[in-house]
Design a protein around this ligand. Sequence first.
Ligand code: PLP
Length: 414
Amino acid sequence: MLPTNYTKNTAPVHAHLVSGQGARVSDVGGNEYIDFCSQTLNINLGQCHPVIQAAVSEQLGKLTYASSRFSSDIADRLHAKLVAITPSPLARVNLSSVTGSLANECAIKAVRKKTGKSTTISRMHSHLGQSAESMRISGKHWENTYLGERNTKYLPAPYCFRCPFGQTANSCNSECLDGLEGILRDSGDDINCIIMEPVMMDAGVLAPPKAYHERVRQFCDEHHIPLIWDEIQTAFGWLGTTFAMDVYGVVPDILSLGKGLGAGLPIAATIMTEEYDVLAYGEHEFTSGANVLSCAASLAMIDYLETSDILPAVVRKGAWLRGALEKLSEKHPCIGDVRGIGLMLGIEIVDPKTGAPDGEKALGIFREMLSHGVILRISKVGEHSNVLQLKPPLVITEDDLVEVVDKLDLVLSN
Ligand SMILES: Cc1ncc(COP(=O)(O)O)c(C=O)c1O
């Protein structure tokens, strides 16, 4: 029997999961699904990956838990690994966060402490977490007054498909960043940081051009403002690289990591330059931080990305999927836009007659796909929930990609 005592902040239950393998999960009724969103957009190596199982089992046989009052071999190894795989200015790691929201909290505390300044620059529709402060800086929650006073200024999101500045890819000069100078001036130079997700997954999979991020970096350099990149969604494989930094060639002053970092186990990290490594012991420590089992999973996951051919395979599979979706858009004009990078893609659903966002249709597709055994996610872009998010585990097979595209074709044909 299905349990009925869910708390009200649990999403409507689609399926009560009991097992999984790779990109497939099964529910209590014996139904199998292709998980095309890596659960909470996080389980990069899929369910029950042998390297994760082996690493966690081995660790479980050695040491189950280490308090933040101690160090541990496995956490030290992960610290060293994270420093080794990030660009050299990012030399200091705080591994004490259990989840992405806290990694961003760590970053925000650090820039406030270092700069003594109070205003944060974020973007409309951004999702930076659900702890109180990470919600306050998230553009997605800008109207939630119950969160209390906030001191965040929001730039427009880089929504290229419906550019509010009327630009195209060829004419774009990152006009959505033009407000930066004004915010700086109006705040009286009181900016503690700019915080950005390099690709805004939750805002409808918005992947701005390279010049956009280069302009932000330049602005930060000119005004000595720390740049925080929230790579909680983008790191560890889906873009076909380890980091979005590798795609964009931009290095922030502080980097937040979560989701894929644990390959399904809870862990998050904040990596910063020496300049922003200012929090003292006791200012960002949590009971389950640097959890040794999660550290073991992280190290095994990073090692797998480095030693297997998974990243080039993501590039290949992502290119195929994008091509297949673009082909579908010719047949089904309700597909207004296909965007994203690698295996982190979005499909914007529109009314074919008017081109207007069509959230109802998107929801219908989402539900139909679920009834055909494919789990997608849906996200808001602007005021409309009309973007289907696709972010399958990196290990998804080519056969599963074909099956999902065929099912989408079928659903769109009905
Ligand atoms: C870009 C981004 N930042 C932060 C978070 C918060 O991470 P968590 O849910 O692990 O706290 C999320 C979660 O979806 C996210 O997408």
